[in-house]
Write a protein of this length. Structure first.
Length: 354
């Protein structure tokens, strides 16, 4: 769905460029290299197209107004507003060019917008309109923190009290999760993924009411606050598959999905993500985890899944630099493996009494 992107003067980037995103896109780098910020920008752009198509059916809505609102609610900047997303190093206008192409839904268009440091909540330099996309399209973001335990609090904070604190990645996900399971066929590929995910913990997350979930294992039921964090992370994916908010026409963004998972479960999760990609879902994932990166490499080679790795690096006071690797062909140089090597070297020195 997201074919390419050129970002200039965005947060810690002077420029980020990808001429061709893959079915699976892995973003790695140390803290403060802009992994989450990059995911959120791509998400907010694609999600605005999703929302715009649904709203335009019954409402005379402005695309660039929706985009400004989505960016604001996704990043929740301070008093200076959207201008805070502009690079503090270059201080030149932030510029975004993204190309979208979805062959299955016969969709193709480009998005361009830009703004400077003084921008608060309105984007002037942006196209007035963009092609609408099929209602079968889905755009989802899975944050690092699970949302099932705090679901009621998040909804109350944003929907009822209109307070900041939980950005739109959380709110949008909750709105997708609380949609009841629908009748209809799930594609065989995703049905297989769902069964394997639920088999990891020999149970499943079930919705009891509009905003109340529990974990059911055999005849025993557990409330969310007594359910293991890893189960809840997997349960979010299985719930989205069962209620068909995650389908073969989706783009999904995952921020550190391995958090709280054992390495074995992490590797299994990666295998399931690869199956999703083979079913047609485009995946963007940010991670610090060696097991995620290594399993992505192994699975891409074995299953011939187009998988790219964007390795980010930032020197003090400088903009982020990046290298792009084809994970089907090579395992990239990366700070995750480098740190493991340093630990091994330290152990050798201790063993030798050095």
């Amino acid at each position: 769905m997201i074919k390419s992107a050129i970002l200039k003067n965005f947060m810690s980037y002077s420029e980020f460029k990808s001429n061709e995103f893959a079915a699976v896109n892995v973003i790695i780098g140390k803290n403060d290299t802009g992994k989450t910020g990059l995911l959120k920008l791509l998400y907010a752009s694609a999600k605005t197209i999703d929302v715009y198509g649904k709203r335009k059916i019954s409402d005379d809505v402005s695309f660039k107004k929706l985009l400004a609102e989505k960016l604001t609610d996704t990043y929740q900047p301070g008093k200076k507003g959207l201008g805070e997303l502009v690079s503090k190093i270059t201080r030149e206008k932030l510029s975004v060019n993204i190309e979208f192409k979805h062959s299955r839904l016969n969709y193709e268009d480009r998005l361009h917008f830009s703004f400077g440091e003084s921008t608060t909540n309105t984007i002037v330099d942006c196209q007035e309109d963009i092609k609408t996309i099929s209602d079968n399209f889905r755009c989802l973001f899975i944050p690092a923190k699970e949302v099932l335990t705090s679901l009621k609090a998040i909804r109350a904070t944003r929907d009822n009290l209109h307070m900041p604190g939980f950005d739109d990645t959380y709110l949008d996900l909750i709105r997708a999760l609380v949609i009841p399971t629908q009748k209809g066929n799930i594609t065989s590929e995703l049905l297989d993924v769902n069964k394997k995910l639920e088999a990891l913990f020999e149970g499943q997350i079930e919705q009891q009411t509009d905003d109340d979930f529990l974990f059911k294992k055999g005849k025993t039921e557990f409330p969310m606050q007594l359910t293991a964090e890893g189960i809840k992370k997997i349960g979010i994916l299985t719930t989205l598959i069962r209620n068909r908010q995650l389908n073969a026409n989706s783009v999904i963004f995952l921020n550190e999905p391995e958090t709280t998972l054992h390495p074995e479960a992490t590797r299994e999760l990666v295998e399931m993500l690869m199956l999703m990609a083979k079913a047609g879902i485009q995946i963007f994932i940010a991670t610090h985890n060696y097991f995620v990166l290594k399993q992505m490499h192994l699975s891409a080679r074995r299953d011939n899944v187009e998988t790219k790795c964007y390795s980010l690096d930032r020197k003090k006071g400088k903009s982020v630099e990046f290298k792009i690797y084809d994970l089907k062909k090579e395992f990239p140089e990366n700070p995750i493996s480098d740190e493991a090597i340093r630990m091994s070297d330290e152990e050798v020195k201790l063993d030798l009494g050095l």
